[in-house]
Design a protein around this ligand. Structure first.
Ligand code: 0L1
Ligand code: MG
Length: 267
């Protein structure tokens, strides 16, 4: 992923950011942007994502956290990509535990059972590892991500998905917070139910072998841009379970070993 140069002009970056952000805000599908810009690089893709972030902040939205995506080998191979990616979480993405997600505001949402780490010290790559992450973690808690790729039929490549803020759209947190020392993070079991039926199960190790490895990777990826994870950051680590498509009217409940449950409904 070390393409440190861009091929797009600043005005192309801005145009593509508007194109993808409009698709997000107005909930319509687009084709993957590399079809029209085949020479774009990973640097260009992240520049587009950071431009979308800048636009939201300029409009008064707060950035309330970060997410890692495509962090399981199963998900990478399912989506045909070779590396994880990151995205940002804006204030209006947040839904309370037990809350309602408005399906009409989204295109083709799927849910993923995840964990979130909240930091108490900054983390800066390169060279950040699991030990650094565990030392810098205040607590972990359950989180469910609602992903909603703006690309038709979830058909994309890694550059296109990075530019699209890694399909970020909504997230729900709740359950019980805990110290990492009190949990067996690799073996932590998760059961996801939709309309009362078990649809996916998983364990923490599905995420890059250890959930903290995902936070370390985020610090290292941000380090490539001279950025860091500040103290107090909420970070979703990527899916422990498969992503499950949800329809209007569906309810979900995710049960976490030692961390309680999270629920929500698509209305
Ligand atoms: O959060 C995720 O793992 C998803 C990242 C983007 C890929 C997708 O939309 O499936
Ligand atoms: Mg996710």
């Amino acid at each position: 992923m070390n393409e440190s140069k861009g091929n797009l002009t600043q005005s192309q970056i801005e145009e593509l950011a508007i194109h993808l952000e409009n698709a997000e805000l107005q909930a319509y599908e687009v084709t993957k942007i590399t079809d029209d810009f085949p020479s774009m690089t990973y640097q260009d893709a992240f520049d587009i994502q950071w431009e979308i972030r800048r636009r939201k902040e300029a409009r008064g939205n707060k950035i309330v956290g970060m997410k890692m995506g495509l962090t399981s080998w199963a998900k990478m191979s399912q989506m045909g990509v070779e590396n994880p990616c990151y995205g940002f979480l804006a204030d209006y993405f947040a839904i309370p535990d037990g809350g309602e997600v408005k399906h009409d505001e989204l295109i083709h949402p799927k849910i993923e059972a995840e964990l979130a780490f909240v930091t108490k010290a900054p983390l800066k790559g390169p060279g950040c590892h699991i030990g650094d992450v565990l030392r810098a973690t205040d607590f972990v808690m359950p989180a469910v991500e609602v992903i909603d790729s703006r690309y038709k039929d979830f058909k994309f490549d890694l550059k296109s998905v990075i530019a699209d803020n890694s399909s970020s759209s909504r997230f729900i947190t709740g359950g019980r917070m805990a110290d990492t020392a009190d949990l067996d993070l690799k073996n932590l079991g998760v059961v996801m139910e939709v309309n009362g039926e078990v649809v996916a199960t998983g364990a923490g190790a599905a995420v890059l072998g250890h959930p903290a490895a995902s936070v370390a990777m985020l610090a290292n990826m941000l380090g490539e841009r001279g950025e860091e994870i500040p103290a107090g950051t909420f970070i979703m680590i990527g899916a422990i379970t498969a992503a499950v498509q949800v329809n209007k009217g569906d309810s979900f409940c995710v049960r976490y070993q030692d961390l309680g449950t999270l629920t929500g409904k698509f209305v």
